[in-house]
Design a binder for this molecule. Sequence first.
Ligand SMILES: *Cc1c(COP(=O)(O)O)cnc(C)c1O
Length: 441
Amino acid sequence: MATVGSNPLALLNVRDGQAHVEGVALARIAAEVGTPCYVYSRSALIATYRDFAQAVDGMNGTICYAIKANGNLAVVRTFAELGAGADVVSLGEMKRALQAGIAAGRIVFSGVGKTEEEMREALASGILQFNLESSGELEALSRIAAAAGKRATVALRVNPDVDARTHEKISTGKKGDKFGIDFAQVPAIAARAMRLPGIALEGLAVHIGSQLTSTEPYRAAFARLADLTRKLRGEGIPVHSLDLGGGIGIAYAEDKAPTIDVSDYAAVVAETVGNLGCRLVFEPGRSMVGNAGLLLTRVIGVKDGEARRFVIVDAAMNDLARPAMYGAHHAIRPVQAPAPGSVESPVDVVGPICESSDRFAAQRSLPPVVADDLLVLLSCGAYGFVMASTYNMRPLAAEVMVEGDRFATVRPRQSYEALLGQDRLPDWMAAGRPREIRGAA
Ligand SMILES: *Cc1c(COP(=O)(O)O)cnc(C)c1O
């Protein structure tokens, strides 16, 4: 299989006019599992992981897959089988990584606000490293570790003040972003870490943002990290490891060339931090899963307004938040190849939710579609299902994994019983019909 990160459409195999993922017809998945439904290709996950692993081979690095991009158990398990560690940003993600079979000793705990409970549990599990983002976190972890009679291995996450040139909501390495420790503050905090009980300072970390489309911001950030490493070492502070974060972008648009080639990324790593003798940690998320997954949806109906034609589908912004949240583009294709000679025309593809932002595409050229047709939104493997909500009281979508000619539901669609059964009435609110309670006529 071709490298999937580079082309959104590479996930689709069209056979006899029917779109398949690997050997499985999407129409068959829709018939058996229903829609909307996320579909992941295990072979694509494996191929993408191997590409990355090959590119950074020989660099004394650990690949810690960023669970937040896609936390499905079968997805995380796939990477665990390939030897991946995990980057987690919450206790829930740590538990998922462990559940999937990733050894605690290969888990990095990141995030701008770890609670004491999270630190205590992660310490007890024996994780590889905490990436700390403030002096407050450092003091808290020291207290917790000392009280538990343990030493926490830590890296300080540096804010290198570089512009990742990505969407403002996913830029994380510029001064004024909430992430990391300001560059100038690092030496003092590192010196403090050396003196604190319960703390073993291992190194530094950066993560400058997500969906980067050029290697230049990496070059700038890693070069600053190398400078800082030399400076700290000059002050007698050892730096054994560098965590380089994630952020490699994927192609979302049909007609765009691949964004960052992983071998170019690896070359930048080698040129900037390769000669420091540090262990490296890589935290790719989106690039591992983004183009290995799609969202399968069915057309509810087509509405012709005076100004626009709307294709209303059964997936919505609660299932896939990226278009509403970031104005993100996802390629859209019909599952059944259009009849020969059919003419594309611009349509808005929208979900049923009561928000105008519930729109997957505006004025997108699509072949004619009618109610009950199936469509796919491509590049939905990352930050898709993990961001889903039940807004408008819509059950969470199903997730399916395909491998070769077989597929399995790796998360069933949420049932209405599960969705509605979560809420409780206070015992001081009487049961019974509201009309009777209010005494209304
Ligand atoms: C989100 C995140 C990642 C993964 O980012 P991608 O853009 O999905 O590769 C890696 N490290 C940290 C600290 C993160 O917060």
